[in-house]
Design a binder for this molecule. Structure first.
Ligand code: KG4
Ligand code: ZN
Length: 364
């Protein structure tokens, strides 16, 4: 029985602009990251000011084999030591997803190993467990360039969506507003840097959805308002002041909506699972982290965030999600499809479709 012994799993991640492979060993609740290799394509996309799907897919094809080999080498193992292969099957840029998923399928087929087709969001959901014990259940804010949602995580394969963005993801808002301030891609870290010199409360920006009873997010009004103000800025000080106002507005919204989710999540659970986790690239932002930490304390939740290298896209989180699924007997057939959109909580997506098929918007 798999569940009784340690599992060594290769993880593969190619859903956006990182080509990544990792080896993770799961022994009961003990997690060991044996290797985690991430090759970023940022330089290839920078001239275009954002991720170009075709450029991304080609870049994944060129290096995926080397990255997998490197992950195995750094882990000090061969393919024969693996108990399974986990690859991101969506949501994401489908050309890239197909590259990693096909590589995973090829290894699974050639080696007779079980395949786990991992939802990228489930990878982010378990990422905190790569570096510290984080027992289920917990409340998760997943906040990155592609995603912005609040999830009750009761276990592997058991996530319930409490809220989601109705337009842009928070990282996307950071990136687009940063671009309107003339900052290079990716804009989030550059905007945070600029905001350091800013004076607070110079610019009034819309605070969207505050006080609403649900746990949804919206950033498009803020984006439009900030872009208009950015056009009028004259000095470096103006731009720094605007950057700080934008960062504060985003942090406030994330904290207020998360506070709302904490109250809902806590209902009926008593004191159980009062852990609030933030994951995804935007968790790198100091102001966002501080605002969320304060909110967690107010609601009586412990606060945890994965180390930065596991906040942004990586394959260790995919390997861990794969290992946990494998331990639970959840594997996938070799014809598992690559899925551009794939809500983690299919039931919530069906009952409350924030995005109709084919519409532009958040991907999950
Ligand atoms: O998780 P991630 O690497 O990729 C996605 O799955 O999207 O997140 C990348 C996003 C980008 O939008 C980037 O601008 C944002 O995270 N980000 C930040 C910071 N560092 C990364 N946003 C604000 N402040 C930061 N320090
Ligand atoms: Zn991601």
């Amino acid at each position: 029985m798999h569940a009784l012994s340690a599992l060594t799993v290769l993880g593969i991640e190619t859903s956006c602009d990182e080509t990544a492979a990792a080896v993770v060993r799961l022994d009961g609740d003990a997690v060991e990251v044996r290797s985690s290799v991430v090759a970023s394509q940022i330089d290839a996309h920078r001239p275009y000011g954002g991720v170009v799907p075709e450029v991304a897919a080609r870049a994944h094809v060129e290096i995926i084999d080397d990255i997998i080999e490197q992950a195995l080498r750094e882990a000090g193992i061969g393919m024969g030591d693996l108990d399974g292969v986990a690859a991101t099957a969506g949501p994401g840029l489908v050309g890239g997803v197909m590259v990693g998923l096909s590589a995973g399928k090829a290894i699974a087929l050639a080696r007779g190993l079980p395949l786990v087709a991992v939802n990228h969001l489930e990878g982010h959901a378990v990422s905190v467990r790569l570096a510290q014990p984080a027992p289920y259940p917990f409340l998760l804010l997943l906040v990155s360039g592609g995603h912005c949602q609040l999830l009750a995580v009761d276990g592997i394969g058991a996530c319930t969506r409490l809220g989601s963005t109705i337009d842009d993801a928070a990282g996307e808002a950071f990136d687009k507003i940063a671009a309107s301030l003339g900052l290079p891609y990716p804009g989030g870290p550059a905007l945070e840097q600029l905001a350091r010199a800013g004076k607070p409360d110079r610019y009034v920006l819309p605070r969207m959805l505050l006080g609403r009873k649900d746990c949804d997010f919206s950033f498009s009004g803020l984006k439009t308002a900030a872009a208009r103000l950015a056009e009028k800025t004259e000095s470096e000080q103006d731009r720094a002041d605007l950057a700080l106002s934008v960062q504060t507005a985003i942090a406030d919204q994330l904290a207020e909506r998360s506070g709302r989710a904490m109250a809902l999540y806590a209902q009926g659970r008593g004191g159980e699972g009062r852990l609030f986790v933030v994951a995804g690239g935007v968790a790198a932002n100091g102001a966002v982290r501080a605002a969320l930490e304060r909110t967690a304390a107010v609601h009586g939740f412990a606060f945890a965030a994965p180390p930065l290298k596991y906040c942004t896209d990586n394959a260790a989180m995919i390997a861990l999600a794969g290992a946990e699924r494998l331990a639970a007997g959840l594997t996938d057939p070799l014809d598992a499809p690559a899925r551009p959109r794939w809500p983690l909580d299919a039931e919530a997506a069906r009952l409350n479709p924030l995005h109709m098929p084919g519409r532009k918007g958040a991907k999950a």
